[in-house]
Design a binder for this molecule. Structure first.
Ligand code: SF4
Length: 298
């Protein structure tokens, strides 16, 4: 793999608005070699001055641990949950060379700070001991996006990511810690991953891996994501082009969703896999906190 381009950051964690179970996001990298065809984060590359594709030119924030410590030790910091890797995967291939995550996790342990990590890589197991230690001190959630159990489709959709089987095994391993674990089955891709067979396969393997919850979410297409996804569709599944035009170009998504929601509900009941991501977070973190401060850091 190509070497990363070093950059420096002013702040490690950025405030994020929206209905997320966290308000702070930390991204070690910019760009992501997993190259998912539905990736929503592609917009983040267009703000960089340097040329390069999202999955090709990877930037690493070399001073991120230093910047993080500055935030964590500030008297203004209230031990908010930090989401590691909301815009890029913290355990993509570059991490094997850059080794930024162990330093970040050690700081989380020192400052007793709750975290969420979402990754499509089982390389996170390198840091198992650190994550285990942190999970015994505070809230930790390890989540993996798994859209399909079909390895052929997965390789087309997420060419740089490890197989769904390895992701389930990784989640099962973290079940041995005190961290909560989750599958994000999102985005659901119409006519590709929303079928009975795939839903049963993902829910049953999530059950087998012992995850705490599984969330689903529909595909939304706009901007750069729309361009890349439509190109993928034309190349790989041209027969679905008209169906997608109907859903995303002619307002058909609303009618499409209802039966899919019903199907998911039925399969969720069958495997008894929860969708509750909130109770434990409220109990272990937000129940103990002051209302979230909106103060941004200098
Ligand atoms: S792993 Fe996440 S950030 Fe990386 S390409 Fe896939 S969707 Fe985008």
């Amino acid at each position: 793999m190509k070497a990363c381009i070093p950059i420096r950051c002013n702040t490690a964690c950025n405030f994020v608005k929206g209905k997320f179970p966290y308000h702070w996001d930390l991204n070690v990298y910019r760009g992501c070699t997993h190259d998912c065809k539905y990736c929503y984060a592609r917009y983040s590359h267009k703000y960089l001055q340097e040329e390069g594709e999202f999955s090709d030119a990877i930037f690493v924030k070399t001073n991120i641990a230093e910047a993080l410590e500055k935030q964590l030790r500030s008297p203004k910091w209230d031990k908010s949950v930090i989401n590691l890797g909301g815009v890029t995967d913290s355990y993509q291939g570059a991490e094997a060379i850059e080794k930024q995550m162990p330093g970040i996790l050690r700081l989380m342990i020192r400052y007793n700070n709750p975290i969420i990590i979402s990754t499509k890589s089982d390389f996170i197991l390198r840091d198992f001991d650190l994550i285990d230690e942190l999970s015994r001190k505070t809230y930790v959630n390890i989540a993996s996006t798994i859209t399909t159990a079909d390895e052929v489709l997965q390789k087309k959709l997420e060419p740089g990511a490890v197989s769904p089987k390895r992701r389930f095994l990784m989640l099962k391993e973290f079940g041995k810690t005190k961290a909560s674990t989750a599958v994000h089955m999102m985005p659901l891709l119409p006519y590709l991953t929303d079928g009975e067979e795939n839903l049963n396969a993902v829910f049953s393997q999530a059950k087998e891996a012992g995850v705490d919850y599984l969330l689903t979410g529909f595909l939304y297409l706009r901007g750069e994501t729309k361009k890349v996804f439509y190109h993928f569709l034309k190349e790989e599944y041209p027969h679905l082009w008209a169906e997608y035009q109907n859903l995303y170009g002619n307002g058909g998504l609303k009618d499409y969703k209802k039966p899919i929601y019903e199907k998911i509900w039925r399969i969720r009941q069958k495997y008894q896999v929860s969708a509750d991501y909130k109770s434990r977070l409220d109990r272990e973190v937000y129940g103990k906190m002051q209302p979230i401060q909106l103060t941004l850091f200098d």
